[in-house]
Ligand binder design. Structure first.
Ligand code: PMP
Length: 370
């Protein structure tokens, strides 16, 4: 039974394709190998897990609100990256911070700009505050700085750049990021979303945090969901000038990061070994999987160069991405098919454990054979 509706959502809401999270189990309840959400296949650092458990075991763990200012976590982040703790903000995932950026600086009549095949949250963040989302052309799936700059108007209030980008995996260089920032008016907030920054080699650093230290209109965001393996607890952080941070704080939810999450994140920051192991595992199996896919012969598969913990694979031959997606699902592997993001010809695959990655490569080979 249902209730007859009498309420009408704002028109743009009906126009948004609902977010369909990646499945974790098959229709028959069989466990699937989930390579669809860019999580860490090595799990979580032991130190972070121990801190999480200890925080959960406190007698008042459930009855008391968490620290609303995430103070210890902000101090730990500042110490780790050489930042001013007063200019660090923590969020319920970096998703919350991305939404806050739009809500703080844009509204009806304003424009929010990002590249085509940018991270899916940007469009929703723009529409939610009544702003107009504007997509600049990509350059063969990569960020095109000139196209972004050409799309800036006097209505642009926020520019989002995921670097590296999801779902394409591509990286804009330090020179490109610097040039983009230099070309933007000073009254535009430049959000550099570095959710995958820890996967980069040191010489790939895009310089975003350095820019945020000195520039009044740069907001860098990071997350504990990816390399730190804390996706379940929803912890992100950002860095910007004091006036930006203080404006964001005014409209954020008051107790936005859980107590156990704050404790786990502090411990995760202290476990460099886990981060290094995760980065090295990812780099070698990402290269391995890309070579395997490129070696599959005459099926028209193309791997977009990736700086992240996933690969975007384009299907430009006779076997479609949708067919391979369904066959992989039947074989027990769930990857991400992206028709809702203008990429019906592409699959995004997270780098898993060695066993998962070898299994995925074999399953793709079998799926192409029919
Ligand atoms: N930015 C990008 C580019 C992402 O891929 C993701 C995760 N899908 C996020 C931000 C948000 O991550 P979280 O909210 O878990 O911090």
């Amino acid at each position: 039974t249902n209730v007859t509706p009498t309420l009408t959502p704002k028109p743009w809401i009906s126009g948004i394709a609902p977010y369909v999270p990646g499945k974790s189990a098959g229709a028959d309840g069989r466990a699937l190998i989930k390579l669809s959400a860019n999580e860490n296949p090595l799990g979580t650092s032991d130190a972070a897990r121990a801190a999480f458990t200890a925080a959960q075991d406190a007698a008042d763990a459930l009855s008391r609100y968490p620290d609303p200012g995430s103070n210890l976590l902000r101090e730990a982040i500042a110490a780790r990256f050489g930042l001013d703790p007063a200019r660090v903000i923590c969020g319920n995932g970096s998703d919350e911070l991305l939404h806050l950026a739009a809500g703080t600086y844009a509204g009806a009549g304003d424009e929010i700009l990002y590249v085509r095949y940018g991270f899916a949250v940007y469009e929703i963040a723009a529409r939610r505050v009544g702003a107009t989302p504007v997509e600049a052309d990509d350059r063969d799936y990569a960020t095109d700085v000139d196209a972004l700059l050409a799309a800036v108007t006097d209505k642009t209030r926020v520019v989002y750049l995921a670097n590296p980008n999801n779902p394409t995996g591509t990286l804009a260089t330090r020179e490109e990021v610097t040039r983009l920032h230099a070309g933007l008016p000073k009254d535009v907030l430049f959000v550099i979303d570095q959710a995958y920054a820890e996967y980069l080699a040191p010489d790939e650093d895009d310089g975003g945090l350095e820019l945020a230290k000195t520039e009044p209109n740069v907001f860098v965001t990071r997350t504990f969901s990816k390399i730190h393996g804390l996706a379940a607890e929803r912890i992100g952080w950002g860095y910007a000038a004091s006036d930006v941070i203080s404006a964001l704080h005014r409209i954020r939810l008051p107790f936005n990061v859980t107590r156990a999450g704050q404790a786990a994140a502090v411990a995760a920051l202290g476990d460099d070994d886990f981060v290094t192991r995760s980065r090295e595992h990812n780099a070698s199996w990402r290269a391995w999987l890309a070579r395997e896919i490129e070696g599959l012969g005459n099926h028209g598969l193309r791997v977009v160069p990736s700086a992240t913990n996933f690969l975007l694979v384009l299907f430009e031959g006779s076997v479609s991405a949708e067919t391979v997606y369904n066959r992989l699902m039947d074989a027990g592997y769930i990857v991400r098919w992206l028709p809702g993001q203008g990429l019906p010809h592409a699959l995004r695959m997270t780098i898993g454990t060695e066993e998962e990655t070898r299994g995925l490569a074999a399953a793709i080979r079998a799926a192409l054979a029919g």
